[in-house]
Design a protein around this ligand. Structure first.
Ligand code: AMP
Ligand code: MG
Length: 421
């Protein structure tokens, strides 16, 4: 029977501390997914024999594939090899060919192999040895009563090429023909529960389809994401199902969907500007340049980004953006007339086609009853569209308010460019 489910066990006491994090499992998950094998459980376990054995035994009760990373080193705290052999009841023998390779590796650097490295040449009976061109520890692959057990070294640069080899070789032979196909929709300007309400009746139907579609809703900063996936041996059918479901969701969520191909907001806006041959400039106060930073994160953005001014101080809003002193005095810096004047100022100074003005109170201080923390005013000017200005009330701490402000501003640029097409 084909392998379908996997469990990852990251081994190393250092991974339980505060200075190292398990990243190998992300790489492994991605590669397994390419073979249609889904990770259901993963754990991080210290260098302890009984903990490791217990987690491994449990994994064998629920996963087809068990992948270990770490604990294959030459020292006493490297236990993965021994624990796996022990739990599976496999005797270990010394593999002379591995020993020769390790010796040769030391010899190339003019060193003799320390005796402790002999451990790394121990192989459980029946294991396939996985060559390690980037280190001393070889990996191991075991078929055991319908399970595949993979032992990989911890250092990412050793683990990655080795696991690629396992996926191309023994795992792909045992994985069957089914693959996982995915699509996603990124939504902004609607809360998670509103998205859920609109999407629920649609994906409830696809979930009960054949093959069933898996759906996930994720609330992220400034956006909600819908992820759809189908496991199928027939790639064309899976793609068609995902396209149809995406089409229905687009119909229900409309212009709130900004991306259906994984592109970030700044890429979507950049692509629209490029397609229309337009340039953009921004006058930012509370976002401190974050809008410009996001726009310029995109390679090739020099084709449409003109300039940004960060005018935090009122005097600089006058000096650099020509915001009239009277407006500031009459309405305050966080006000719709000032946001519009900032956008007009940067447009006049740069000649950019699209201009953004952002002014607000990111907190934690500076709020008043009339203008509490999170009050942000955004103005956007674009050719062929009426001037836009709106006061938002964002929730969250400083960095969240800043990000949401740039997300709302970019989203408004997107919608104005799409509407005035
Ligand atoms: P080991 O194979 O246990 O000797 O691991 C050696 C080194 O690999 C560790 O000190 C970490 O720097 C790195 N490493 C081990 N496990 C992981 C993991 N799960 N993710 C990322 N790096 C790891
Ligand atoms: Mg270790």
């Amino acid at each position: 029977v084909a392998l379908r489910t996997a469990e990852i066990i990251a081994v190393g006491s250092e991974l339980l501390g505060t200075t190292r994090i398990d990243t190998n499992s992300l790489y492994i998950t991605d590669r397994l997914s390419g073979l249609g094998i889904e990770v259901h459980v993963k754990s991080v376990v210290g260098d302890d024999r009984s903990d490791l054995a217990a987690v491994f035994r449990q994994a064998l009760t629920r996963a087809d594939v068990v992948v270990f990373t770490g604990g294959l080193g030459p020292t006493d705290d490297d236990l993965t090899r021994e624990v796996v052999a022990d739990v599976l009841g496999l005797p270990m023998t010394l593999d002379e060919a591995i020993l020769d390779k390790i010796r040769a590796r030391f010899a190339r650097r003019g060193l003799t192999m320390p005796e402790v490295n002999r451990r790394q040449a121990q192989v459980p009976r029946g294991a396939i040895v996985l060559d390690n061109p980037n280190g001393t520890a070889p990996g191991l692959f075991l078929d055991h009563e319908g399970h595949a057990v993979v032992l990989l070294p911890g250092p990412p640069r050793e683990m990655q090429p080795m696991f690629d080899g396992v996926c191309a070789g023994p795992l792909s032979e045992r994985a069957g023909a089914e693959r996982i196909y995915r699509t996603s929709l990124f939504i902004t300007g609607l809360g998670e529960s509103h998205v859920e309400q609109a999407a629920q009746p649609i994906y409830a139907r696809w979930r009960d389809g054949s093959p069933p579609m898996a759906t996930t809703i994720l609330a992220a900063m400034g956006q909600v994401e819908l992820h759809l996936s189908v496991r199928d041996a027939d790639g064309a059918r899976a793609r068609r199902m995902l396209d149809d479901a995406r089409g229905e969701l687009l119909g229900a969520l409309g212009e709130h969907v900004y991306s259906t191909d994984g592109r970030k907001m700044e890429e979507v806006v950049g692509d629209l500007l490029k397609a229309r041959g337009l340039t953009i400039a921004a006058a930012e106060s509370c976002t401190g340049g974050l809008l410009m930073s996001r726009l310029t994160d995109v390679p090739g953005s020099s084709a449409y980004v003109r300039a940004g001014v960060i005018a935090y101080d009122n005097a600089d809003k006058q000096r650099l953006l020509d915001v009239p002193e009277a407006l500031l005095a009459q309405h305050g810096a966080v006000s719709e007339p000032v946001a519009v004047a900032m956008a007009e100022g940067i447009r006049a100074r740069t000649g950019a086609d699209v201009a953004v003005g952002i002014t607000g109170i990111a907190g934690p201080g500076g709020g008043t009853p009339q203008k509490p923390v999170g009050t942000v005013v955004i103005s956007v000017l674009a050719p062929g569209a009426d001037a836009y200005v709106r006061t938002f009330q964002f929730i969250g701490e400083r960095t969240q308010v800043k990000f949401q402000s740039t997300q709302a501003a970019l989203n408004r640029v997107r919608r104005m460019l799409a509407d005035s097409r």
